[in-house]
Design a binder for this molecule. Structure first.
Ligand SMILES: NC(=O)c1ccc[n+]([C@@H]2O[C@H](COP(=O)([O-])OP(=O)(O)OC[C@H]3O[C@@H](n4cnc5c(N)ncnc54)[C@H](O)[C@@H]3O)[C@@H](O)[C@H]2O)c1
Length: 272
């Protein structure tokens, strides 16, 4: 631990586990946290993209990272990965539960509620919520033994408020009409509830557990969506990956040492 560090915002030499590292936000988080001097265990089920990330990431100083191909909905795989990363990293300072899933078919993910398939519902709950249960369970055990740790869980504004239908009129992403299904909101509300539960449950072991709820992050949504969405945001624009990185560094660092159980909503004011 870095109690003696002069800069309480520093995450230099902290060991940080990031799930969903191969995704849009995961990639950004990985490079930014490396730039800040952290050592990283990067987890994703997407082997190809994770291997590409391994090639692309630049080590800033004397820090390092390892990659672990893991399906976070499979308890055996999760436990195997936690076992091997705990051999490599002699402590775990931070876990960032960032992975989330849109299931196997975007078409099914976006079906209207009346037609929603149980199989899709179950797979989104597993990908978004059960994965965080399994990772928090395994890494939390290690943090309990260390008597410190910070767990950061990425939820969404749609875990605290409902999607606004008019934002989606004429809005497309990768050729699909955009919407946010109920199961996404429900899974993210579940993430916020899990955070609060664990913050209370593990407080006596000096483990802090917090949620970050990002607003819509710009990643190539069409002009119509960006325009409609930005109108609902007091700061007048979509989030960037960097906005979420800054909050993650804060919650990883000792600067946030008296903050636990909170949901930091990083949305430019969308939910006000
Ligand atoms: N992009 C946004 O606008 C936005 C807004 C609010 C919240 N969020 C949240 O931020 C987080 C990151 O979002 P993103 O846009 O980078 O998503 P993304 O889809 O680009 O990345 C998610 C990553 O998680 C991985 N993943 C999914 N299921 C997995 C599993 N079972 N095991 C292992 N890895 C798995 C995927 O392979 C992918 O690399 C998510 O929790 C998302 O819900 C995103």
């Amino acid at each position: 631990m870095s109690h003696l560090m002069e800069n309480q915002f520093s995450i230099k030499n902290k060991n940080i586990v990031i799930t969903g590292a191969a995704g849009i936000l995961g990639k950004k988080l990985s490079q930014s946290l490396l730039n800040s001097g952290a050592h990283l265990a990067l987890i994703d089920k997407d082997e190809k993209t994770l291997n590409k990330l391994k090639k692309d990431l630049k080590i800033a100083e004397d820090n390092f990272f390892e990659i672990y191909v893991t399906d976070l909905t499979k308890e055996k795989e999760v436990n195997k990965t936690i076992k091997s990363l705990s051999k490599k990293f002699n402590s775990i300072d931070v876990l960032i539960n960032n992975a989330a899933s849109k299931g196997n078919s975007i078409k099914d993910f976006l079906l209207p509620f009346e037609d929603y398939k149980l199989s899709t519902w179950n797979s989104i709950i597993e990908g978004n919520l059960t994965s965080m249960f399994l990772m928090s369970k395994g890494i939390g055990k290690i943090m309990k033994n260390q008597n410190y740790g910070s767990i950061i869980q990425i939820a969404s504004i749609y875990g605290v408020t409902t999607p606004k239908n008019d934002v989606y009129e004429g809005s497309f992403y990768n050729g699909y009409k955009i919407s946010t299904p109920a199961v996404y909101s429900v899974s993210k509300s579940g993430v916020i509830a899990l955070t609060k539960y664990l913050a209370s449950y593990w407080g006596k072991y000096n483990i802090r557990v917090n949620t970050i709820s990002p607003g819509g992050i710009f990643s190539g949504q069409n002009e119509n969506f960006v325009k409609n969405y930005s109108k609902k945001v007091p700061l007048g624009k979509m989030a960037s990956g960097n906005d979420i990185v800054g909050t993650s560094i804060f919650l990883s660092s000792d600067a946030s040492s008296y903050i636990t159980g909170q949901n930091l909503i990083v949305d430019g004011g969308f939910t006000l």
